[in-house]
Ligand binder design. Structure first.
Ligand SMILES: [Fe+2]
Ligand SMILES: [Fe+2]
Length: 136
């Protein structure tokens, strides 16, 4: 597991979403960093809250753009977003209820893998379609 840095190989072809992804990677890195320093639950929960809130905002922006363009993969894409929101919500619950000080290594691994795979596969797939409808 390692920190994540946006690079052009992750570009999906829509500038707004590339900026969103860079920001999302930064929040993942913050969580990764805060969990490596033995921070208290309140601090960890604060980072998770911001990550969950930003992920929700970003997902809503993507979903609105896909729906507006009539992108055929919208339903499956939304289901994938929901899966991450559920995973993040569970991580937050664990911390909120004092069951853990930080998401475990497996949870961070899931998050890392989800962000990379989702961006490179599902997000990249909508790029050309949105581009043909003027969204760049
Ligand atoms: Fe997405
Ligand atoms: Fe995305």
């Amino acid at each position: 597991m390692r920190t994540l840095h946006w690079d052009p190989s992750m570009a999906v072809g829509v500038d707004e979403f590339d900026r969103d992804h860079e920001h999302l990677l930064g929040l993942y890195n913050e969580l990764f960093a805060v969990c490596g320093t033995g921070a208290g639950a309140a601090e960890v929960k604060g980072v998770l809250d911001r990550l969950l809130s930003y992920a929700n905002d970003h997902f809503r922006r993507e979903e609105e753009a896909m729906r507006a363009a009539g992108y055929p993969g919208t339903g499956a894409h939304e289901a994938a977003h929901d899966q991450l929101v559920l995973g993040l919500s569970r991580m937050r619950e664990e911390i909120e209820h004092g069951r853990a000080a930080c998401p475990g290594a497996d949870a961070l691994e899931f998050l890392h893998g989800w962000i990379v795979t989702h961006t490179l596969e599902m997000d990249k797939a909508y790029g050309p379609f949105l581009n043909t409808r003027g969204n760049r």
